[in-house]
Design a protein around this ligand. Structure first.
Ligand SMILES: [Zn+2]
Length: 369
């Protein structure tokens, strides 16, 4: 019984060459964070007064609600609460005006830190969080993103543009971790963050982070990305879709019980291609031995076929309810997913056997043109 890891099965993400490049001193600091994030300079108006960029990014990482403007601090949550309450502003008297307007400053770092802690634990801030959660939740991302640095990403050659806030939406994800603290990613020639991984389906991951939109196609591929970047809510969401559930829990579990299923598919394709030269069709005999009894009867049958010099690939036996037809459907589905056009017919052997040969034998035809 071959134990193959199913495609897209949950598990440890594979090795990440880019991540291993962390601590690479050659990588520019905060590479790829657009323009205004160029480096630590005293007096940089995008930093709180007297803070270094490193200090700011550490504080920002721990308190994602902070924003800095004109060397002062503000709170994105409070700011948003204000915009949500514009019509009923008179009732919002107990919110913190200064934090909303980004008007918090202090001569000493210590003092500013105390103000941050104080605000985080204040009634005003908690009230703002409450307002944000109960009123139009869709407004939050844009307001948060207004103050989140724009980031360009190069994922295996696919260029994406988003905000740091979007990438760090789920703080426990591997994706968020890539952008926490000191730069962990290399940058490409244009200064964009570089992830050495196929980026074809990263857009759907990004779309989920932006607006919580569930992916509708390429579920297996998006799932693999969600697992890799360890975005748990998206992993769970995809696992719960009927299509993914049926494929993973139903079909792939069944196929994992069919010995050498994947290897056999590769053999079939290899043989078919070899026989395609100057031909319109290639045919291969597929032998399906559903049970141990089939296997016992098989030796007699196959001797006749070998005499006919047919290419043949055998599947089975397996334990479980799916039938030979179910297996044939799976074979067809998987070969067609690779872009081939195939069909099955019962295979009849001309020579007289003591049993009906089409119990096991099927002719798989590849149509090339
Ligand atoms: Zn606040």
């Amino acid at each position: 019984m071959s134990k193959r890891k199913q495609p897209g099965a949950p598990g440890k993400p594979g090795p990440n060459r880019t991540a291993s490049a962390s601590g690479d001193d050659g990588a520019p600091a905060a590479a790829g964070v657009a323009g205004r994030d160029a480096g630590p300079e005293p007096g940089d108006s995008t930093l709180p007064f007297n803070w270094t960029r490193k200090q700011w990014s550490e504080w920002k990482n721990r308190n994602s609600w902070l924003f800095a403007k004109n060397q002062k601090l503000g709170c994105t949550v409070c700011m948003r609460a204000k915009s949500l309450l514009l019509d009923e502003w008179s009732t919002a008297g107990h919110l913190s005006e200064k934090w909303m307007n980004g008007d918090i400053c202090s001569e000493t770092q210590n003092n500013l830190r105390k103000k941050i802690y104080k605000h985080r634990d204040s009634l005003a801030h908690r009230r703002a969080v409450e307002i944000s959660e109960t009123k139009g939740t869709d407004a939050l991302p844009s307001h948060v993103q207004d103050h989140s640095p724009v980031v360009q990403l190069n994922v295996g050659g696919h260029i994406y543009c988003t905000t740091l806030g979007t990438l760090k939406k789920f703080p426990n994800s591997k994706l968020a971790d890539m952008f926490n603290g000191p730069p962990k990613l290399r940058s490409d020639a244009e200064g964009r963050y570089f992830v050495d991984r196929d980026g074809t389906h990263f857009g759907q991951v990004l779309e989920y982070l932006r607006v919580q939109r569930a992916p509708t196609d390429h579920l297996q591929e998006v799932y693999r990305e969600a697992v890799f970047y360890d975005i748990r809510p998206l992993v769970k969401l995809i696992e719960e879709t009927p299509r993914f559930f049926g494929e993973t829990v139903g079909r792939q579990q069944f196929l994992s019980r069919v010995p050498h299923y994947q290897e056999n598919l590769e053999v079939i394709i290899r043989v078919a291609r070899a026989e395609a030269i100057a031909a319109r069709h290639s045919t291969i005999v597929v032998c399906v031995l559903r049970s141990e009894e089939d296997l016992a009867r098989y030796n007699d049958a196959v001797s006749g076929l070998i005499a006919e010099r047919e290419s043949m690939v055998s599947f089975g036996p397996w334990k479980g309810t799916p039938t030979a037809v179910d297996l044939l459907d799976s074979i067809k589905m998987d070969i067609e997913a690779k872009g081939y056009k195939v069909s099955f017919q019962p295979y009849s052997v001309e020579k007289g056997f003591l049993f009906k040969s089409y119990d096991f034998f099927f002719k798989l035809t590849f149509t090339w043109w």
